[in-house]
Design a protein around this ligand. Sequence first.
Ligand code: PGA
Ligand code: ZN
Length: 427
Amino acid sequence: MADAIRSVTGRRVWDSRGLPTVEAEITTASGARGRAIAPSGASTGRREAIELRDGTSVLAGKDVAHAVEIVGTHIAAALAGLDVADQVGVDGVLDSLDDDPQRGTIGGNSTTAVSLAVLHAAAASRGIPAWRLLDPEPAFIPRPQIQILGGGAHAAHRTTVQDFMVMPLSATSIGDGLLHVAEVYQAVGSVLAARGPRRGVADEGGYWPEVSGTEDALDVIIAGIEAAGFVPGLDIGISLDVAASQFHEAGGYRIGDRILPTEEWIDELVRICANYPIVTLEDPADEDDAAGMRRAVSGVGAKTVVVGDDYLVTSADRIRRAAAEGAVTAVLIKVNQVGTVTGAANAVRAARENDLGVIVSARSGESEDTSVAHLATGWGADIVKVGSITRGERTAKWNELIRIDEELGGVSLAPLVASAVTSASIV
Ligand code: PGA
Ligand code: ZN
C-alpha cells in the first residue's frame, strides 16, 4: 500500500571539515521517518552536480541557509503526497525542479540529502534497512578500500597523488578485512614515527606524512604492511587515487617545477604500477584527457583496475562512452556527483552492462551519515571507499558494514575486481 510523503524538512548540520551541510528529513503518512546528510567533495569534477552555497559573508560564502530553505519550501511542496516507495518518481520530480542539468538552481546538496532521505524513509516504511530495500539478500559485503596516507587537495598538496589506500586481499570477511587494515594503519604510524614527527591528518583521516614523493609514500606503506606481518600484493593491495585533474595544466601535468606531457606522466604511473602491488588506480589522467586514461588502461594491463571518478562524475552517459573508448575498467559512484539515488543507480547499471567494476564512495567532507554502506551493499558494489579507519565520520560507515554483515549472518567479501589480485600477488 502506498505510503505518502507527509513532510520534508531541511536543516543545517556540520561536516567533518567544520563546514555546514544540508540534512533532509522525510516523514510519511504511516509515521515512517528517513533522514540523510549531503556529503561534500574538495577535489570535485567540473561536471558534478553543483553544491549550492550562499556566497554571503558567513563562513566565507560556504553557508547553506538557502539550500536548507529550498528543501523545506520548494522541494517539500513538490514532494508532498508522493508515494515514498517510488524513488524513481520522486527523483524525477527533483530533476524537474531545476532547468540546469547541473542543479545550480536548487542545489545538488539539497537533492542528494532529500533523495537519500526518501530511500531511508521508504525502508523505514517497510520496517527494513535501506540496503535491504535495494537487495533483500546481498551475497557479499563490498571489499573495503581504506586510506592510509592523504595528500593532494586533502593535505595542502604535500604529495601529488591525493589518496594512498590499502585493500585487504586475503581476508574473506569485513571483520577480518578491517582488522588487517587496522594492523597496517598502526604499523605505518610506527614507520612514520621512526622517520620523524608526523605532520598532520588529511581530510579523510589518513596520515599526512613528510615524504619525498609517490614512491617514498609507497615504500612507507609497504614497510607498514610487512611490519604488520602481511605480504604486499597477496594479503594487502595498494590503491591510488591520483586525482590528476588537480595538477593538470595546459600542456600536461605539473610535477614539482616540471610539466610532463600526458604520455610521460602516464608512463611514469604505469612504471609505478609495475613496481608496486597497485590493484586500483583512480583518475590517473585529467577529466578531459581521454587519451591519458586509455594509455593508463592499456599500460597497466589486467594487473591494475583503472577507476574513473572525476572522469565519469557518476554519469551513466559518460560511463557508457568511457567503456566504449576503453578509458576505464571500473567506475566510482558518488550520489552527490549526480544528485539523486536514481541517477547513481543508473550509473551502476551502466557500469555493469559494460562489465566495469563498481566502487561506491564517500566524499572528503563527510558526516555520521551511513548511506554509503547501505548503497554499496544493496547495489552489489565490488569495493567501498570511505576514507581512513580513523575518525567518526569514517568509522560510522565501516561499523555499519559490520552490522549489515551480522544481519546477513556473515557473508564473504565481494570477489576481487578483474584479475588485479592474481597478478598482483606475483609482485
Ligand atoms: P573528494 O575526494 O570527495 O574531495 O572529491 C574523494 C575522491 O576524489 O575520491
Ligand atoms: Zn577520486
